[in-house]
Write a protein that binds this ligand. Structure first.
Ligand SMILES: NC(=O)c1ccc[n+]([C@@H]2O[C@H](COP(=O)([O-])OP(=O)(O)OC[C@H]3O[C@@H](n4cnc5c(N)ncnc54)[C@H](OP(=O)(O)O)[C@@H]3O)[C@@H](O)[C@H]2O)c1
Length: 281
């Protein structure tokens, strides 16, 4: 088993990179792929999929940009069919909470005949440090569409620990783990906590969602990203995902990382150093 590569789709992603690191440090061979790897794996080009799959029996799959988008269901259906035909026996799928599209993609995997795990997650802490909110944190003003919804942000390190458990340990097959952090916070509270920990004011500004989408369009963001942000802030952020879930404890027998611990380790990682330099300047 350790000699067969574990396929990871999303090598450079927030979770794929962490899963890859953990598996390799445990002695597993991995084949972590994305558009910039060899072999190439591109969700937009199904001709690239088979080479990536061949020879692997187990896979961690992250879809890009998001399972909530309408095309995701068909892509996941096509992928799991090809995976089964090419000898994949178990797939762990990263999913999102409260999204109809994600639910349809999850069902496509469950009905595929391959054994599965669904790791269904709340918003990631790392959106503030490795994704679209980083720039605002560094700039000292985070601008977002209006939303005071409470979200129990989950840490990507916890997600990776759960994924690795499902890929390598017995007793997890065909289980859905719904992962959240231990406490729900709104964006204003998150920004406030980050700002206090960095000892630097960071403003949280909200704009109507249409204005935000307009700005994304001006910046040349893809239509997919525009639709995704629209869907998240007009539909998914209606409070349906505010409840805390016990998925981390169910899978790992420990509590999830809290937001303060996330902030501390992120400060130590240096990713917010620009902010720190501005403070000391
Ligand atoms: N962020 C959240 O809060 C959140 C919450 C719940 C669920 N999710 C789910 O998380 C998934 C994303 O996982 P993640 O956050 O670990 O990854 P990620 O950080 O979004 O992955 C980014 C990587 O995806 C690769 N990529 C971009 N386009 C691609 C394509 N067409 N084909 C293949 N790879 C492509 C890029 O690498 P290359 O440039 O090398 O291709 C990029 O570095 C989504 O399905 C989303 O639904 C996210």
């Amino acid at each position: 088993m350790k000699n067969e590569p574990i396929l990871i789709i999303g090598k450079n992603g927030k979770t794929g990179s962490r899963v890859d690191l953990r598996l390799r440090s445990l002695g597993y061979e991995t084949r972590a792929v994305s558009r910039s790897t060899s072999p190439v794996f591109d969700w937009e080009n199904s001709a690239t999929w088979q080479t990536a799959i061949k020879g692997a029996r187990v896979a961690y799959v992250t879809y890009h940009p998001d399972l909530a988008l309408p095309q995701a269901e068909d892509r996941i259906k096509e992928f799991v069919k090809l995976a089964r035909e090419n000898g994949l026996e178990h797939i762990v799928l990263l999913s999102g909470r409260g999204e109809d599209g994600a639910l349809r993609a999850e069902n496509a995997l469950k009905e595929s005949g391959i054994t599965w795990n669904i790791v269904r997650c709340s918003w990631f802490n790392q959106n503030f440090s490795e994704s679209f909110m980083l720039q605002g944190i560094l700039a000292g003003e985070l601008v977002l569409p209006e939303a005071d919804t409470l979200e129990p942000f989950i840490d990507a390190d916890d997600i990776a620990d759960v994924v690795v458990a499902t890929l390598t340990e017995p007793g997890h097959k065909n289980r859905l783990y719904e992962l959240t952090g231990p406490q729900a916070l709104n964006f204003a509270q998150c920004v406030n906590e980050i700002s206090e920990a960095l000892s630097r004011p960071i403003k949280y500004t909200t704009v109507p969602v249409e204005d935000y989408i307009h700005a994304l369009r001006e910046q040349g963001e893809s239509k997919d990203i525009q639709s995704l942000i629209h869907l998240l802030f007009t539909v998914v952020f209606d409070g349906r995902n505010s409840n805390v879930m016990p998925g981390v404890e169910e899978a790992l027998n420990r509590q999830p990382t809290d937001f303060k611990s996330y902030i501390q380790k992120t400060i130590e990682s240096g990713v917010w150093d620009d902010v720190l330099q501005k403070v000391s300047a």
